[in-house]
Design a protein around this ligand. Structure first.
Ligand code: PEP
Ligand code: MG
Length: 887
């Protein structure tokens, strides 16, 4: 067989890169002997060739011809035959699922002759002409570029003439007329006739599918989901089976467990006398899958058997599309199903219990991002609230926002920072920008498998769908429900777990998972809490990285410890200089002589010491990294412009204030063009006499206090913004001297480690020299990113990152997720250089990246000892640190 095309009998589920997700799974099911209509897959390689060159790969058309001929032989029917013709579908199928983003054309092979063959063979003229009009509609819109509305308008006109809303009430003669009308629509819009040659139809449809990789909605979706742009899609050409062949036919979608909650059971939607796209589009209302048992027990039992088999084979939740044609079950697609965060944890836990997967695998089945979602608050059940209606809880969470009735409105309001709930009759791929911008999505039509549900779950947006009582009038900007008329812009609240919709904003309460992780309510009876507890326990067994907290107060440290932190990785001591203590710092800066400065330091010292005692008590027995003061001093002084105006005003009124003049002089003296690059960190400690000594004394006296109180303090003193070894050597000597004198004074053993942040590229590049004076390195990836890229960490994200992202220069902000190639390379080489000099050098990271899943995977690879992050991210970091070991 040729190079760019594979029959379903030739592939397997491992070949997703080449065959796309759908193609690989069709091949897998074919191998398993399931009833899959035969067909073949044109590989992603062919698509990439086409996207790169604008032409089809040499020989592809002949390969497709050969496979079509083989398919005709296997089916015993021919394309375009006037006597029982073969029809095929042409569907996209990329490596990563992109629901509804790319094109599909069904019923290919119909033309003016074969439609009669189909009518004769099926004994159902209505069905044949309905299929033909569907082909004209889909082919016209997706392949020939005719506006889809042009067809919809004609269909609506016909239905109005017949006085019906339902497609099924149109008879064969109506549909025959509609075929003629649709052909005319195509002729009018394209100046050409609909191609009658089935092989020409196949080739044109394949090209249209390839090209659909580049449509705007597909590009937007890939950017949102971080799917690379250069993968291309495969194309599946498959013999058609028909769910719209009367009452013994139908189509459905099912899940092997509930994708919203993870509960076991039969979940799915079924629609009689319909093709698959009718189910997913939510155009007509489906019935629950269990009702199929009464309609067609044989097919229902066969489907349950397929569900069991697929779930055991894939060892995961499967999402299956099926069609029943005249009482015969066909499986059209399966894939590992998308699920909510709650379902992910519950299914992983349950499958370990069922012996389907091992505990390590349960860690691969969940993500830190999903865990973070479970920490979200829920609506307060005791709060007064007015229920408007109940729909289907399709993606959990509890959120309130202003009603936006169009995707564009949601996007505009979202960009202004408003909380928005996108309210639509049903969503389609064009609503994607609005769904991204909204906090939640509410639809009037469709079930758990509708577009809105699938996409919202994938994005982690709260979603309620199928709230059928909603009567939405986009033109008037109104929603009518339960006797209320809501205007666009009014606030509603939606609960994506229960499907409830409330009027106005409803207050929220903490999630049970959060309470469990904080150790306040070990509610193991809750299946979700039990699942999270199981996964986290195993994560702690598997992970190598320690997880510490960035905590400046005893309260934060206590919370972090409850969340499982094993130490403080960063206490920013400058935060202890805020509030009323600001005035003391001001005095320190304004000190006219040594005596005044020392007096100010002497007053600050006991305050700091008391803070450190508390912090060390909360983290007793665990390391606490205390960083000496970092920010530029002017941050503790008033704003220059405001002060200058005040002084000028006072002077002009003859009310000169000497203190304000002195302050203004100091502000002017300390003002810097680039404070981030100025007098801060270790530089301050070197320039301001007594500052390091004061802080070191505060830490060490606090430790001595704790030792005397029977505690086990483990302080680590960390020097920020070091660029060169001599800086560190100088400050280290001062700290050691202080430690020596306090040991002697107090007569206690004081364990203390002294280390540095690595956050200036020069320090990273000379890490072997720096390490000679350091017991540990803590990578300050915030400053390291800022200084490596030359990006101001305070300004650029709003200033030009959006453009950089749109132009494809940056996929994600390097301040959120570590830039592995650049900043990451500095981290790796500094770690190596440091350990060459000191093999026992302890290595960690305390920038924002310490709590970011992708970055944590990198820090695991780089061989660091710990990550440190804000208290609420600690559970996520524990989980991701374990996952990082497994991949
Ligand atoms: C850093 O730069 O990464 C860091 C942790 O320090 P700060 O954010 O306080 O500058
Ligand atoms: Mg820093």
């Amino acid at each position: 067989m040729g190079h760019y095309v594979r029959a379903f009998t030739e592939g397997s589920k491992e070949q997703k890169d080449l065959l796309g997700g759908k193609g690989a799974n069709l091949a897998e099911m074919t191998r398993l002997g399931l009833p899959v209509p035969p067909g073949f897959t044109i590989t992603t390689e062919a698509c990439r060739f086409y996207l790169a060159t604008g032409t089809l790969p040499p020989g592809l058309e002949q390969e497709v011809e050969d496979h079509l001929a083989a398919l005709e032989l296997e089916m015993g029917r021919s394309l375009g035959d006037s006597d029982d013709p073969l029809l095929v579908s042409v569907r996209s199928g990329a490596r990563f699922s992109m629901p509804g983003m790319m094109e599909t054309v069904l019923d290919i092979g119909l033309n003016d002759e074969s439609v009669l063959g189909l009518a004769a063979a099926s004994g159902n003229e209505r069905f044949a002409f309905d299929s033909y009009r569907r082909l004209l509609q889909m082919f016209g819109a997706t392949v020939l570029g005719v506006d889809a509305d042009a067809f919809a308008v004609e269909l609506d006109k016909l239905k109005a003439e017949r006085g019906t809303y339902a497609d099924v009430e149109l008879d064969a003669a109506d549909l025959r007329g509609l075929v003629a009308t649709f052909k005319e629509v195509i002729r009018r819009h394209t100046g050409r006739d609909f191609p009658q040659d089935p092989r020409e139809q196949v080739h044109a449809a394949v090209l249209a599918v390839f090209s659909s990789w580049l449509t705007e909605r597909a590009v937007v979706y890939r950017r949102q989901e971080q799917i690379p742009d250069d993968l291309g899609t495969a194309v599946n050409v498959q013999a058609m089976v028909f769910g719209n062949r009367g009452s013994r036919s139908g189509s459905g979608v099912c899940f092997t467990r509930d994708p919203a909650s993870g509960a076991p059971g039969v979940y799915g939607d079924y629609l009689a006398d319909a093709q698959g796209e009718d189910v997913v589009a939510g155009i007509r209302n489906t019935v629950h899958l269990t009702e199929l048992e009464a309609i067609d027990k044989t097919s229902y039992d066969a489907l349950l058997e397929v569900m069991r088999l697929l779930e055991r084979h894939y060892r995961d939740l499967c999402d299956i599309e099926f069609t029943i044609e005249a009482g015969r079950l066909w499986i059209l697609q399966t894939r590992v199903g998308k699920r909510t965060a709650e379902a992910a944890f519950r299914i992983a836990h349950a499958m370990v219990g069922e012996g389907l997967i091992d505990p390590d695998e349960s860690l691969r089945r969940v993500t830190g991002g999903q865990l973070a979602q479970l920490l979200f608050p829920r609506f307060d059940r005791s709060a007064a609230r007015e229920l408007l209606t109940i729909g289907v809880g399709a993606s959990p969470g509890a959120t309130s926002g202003r009603i936006a009735l169009t995707s564009a409105r949601a996007a505009t309001w979202g960009a202004l920072g408003e909380d928005v709930v996108l309210v639509r009759r049903e969503t389609n791929p064009d609503d994607l920008p609005g769904m991204i911008a909204a906090r939640g999505v509410l639809t009037a039509r469709g079930g758990k498998t509708s577009h809105a549900a699938v996409v919202a779950r994938g994005m982690g947006r709260t979603c309620v769908c199928g709230a059928e009582q909603l009567d939405i009038d986009v033109e008037r900007g109104e929603v009518m429900v339960s006797g209320h008329t809501l205007q666009e812009g009014d606030v509603v609240s939606i609960d994506g777990t229960t499907g409830e919709v409330f009027l106005g904003a409803v207050p929220v309460t903490d999630s049970p998972v959060l309470r469990h992780l904080e150790g306040s309510s070990p509610d193991e009876a809750d299946e979700l809490v039990a699942a999270v507890a199981f996964v986290m326990e195993h994560a702690d067994r598997v992970r190598r990285l320690e997880v510490r907290a960035n905590a400046d107060t005893a309260e934060d440290a206590a919370r972090a410890r409850r969340f499982g932190a094993t130490g403080v990785g960063l206490c920013r001591t400058e935060h202890m200089f805020l509030g009323p203590r600001r005035e003391l710092v001001e005095r320190l800066i304004l000190a006219a002589d040594d005596a005044a400065r020392e007096a100010a330091l002497a007053e600050l010292q006991p305050l700091q010491r008391a803070d450190f005692v508390e912090l060390l008590r909360e983290m007793d027995g665990l390391p606490v990294t205390i960083r000496l003061i970092d920010p530029p001093l002017h941050e503790f002084l008033p704003d220059h412009t405001e002060l200058a105006v005040q002084v000028a005003l006072e002077d002009s009124l003859g009310k000169r204030d000497e203190r304000h003049h002195t302050l203004l002089e100091a502000v002017a003296r300390l003002r810097e063009q680039n404070p981030m690059l100025g007098l801060r960190g270790v530089r301050l400690g070197i320039v301001v006499p007594g500052l390091v000594a004061m802080q070191a004394r505060a830490v060490l006296e606090a430790a001595a206090d704790r030792v005397e109180a029977g505690g086990d303090p483990r302080p680590e003193i960390m020097i920020p913004l070091v660029a060169t070894a001599p800086e560190l050597a100088l400050v280290r000597a001062q700290v050691e001297e202080m430690a020596g004198s306090i040991r002697a004074d107090r007569g206690v053993e004081l364990p203390v480690r002294i280390g540095t942040m690595i956050e200036v590229p020069r320090a990273a590049l000379t890490a072997d020299e720096v390490a000679q004076h350091a017991d540990f390195f803590s990578f300050g990836t915030n400053d390291l990113t800022q200084l490596t890229w030359g990006f101001s960490r305070d300004d650029v994200e709003a200033a030009f990152f959006p453009t950089y992202r749109d132009r494809g220069i940056l996929a994600a902000s390097p301040f959120e997720s570590i830039d592995v190639e650049g900043v990451g390379a500095l981290v790796t080489s500094a770690a190596d250089l440091g350990r060459q000099v000191r093999p026992e050098l302890h290595l960690g990271v305390c920038g924002e990246h310490g709590g970011d899943p992708r970055s944590i995977h990198f820090f695991e690879r780089a061989g660091l000892d710990y990550v440190s992050c804000s208290p609420y991210r600690i559970p996520v970091a524990r989980l991701e640190a374990a996952r990082a070991r497994l991949v």
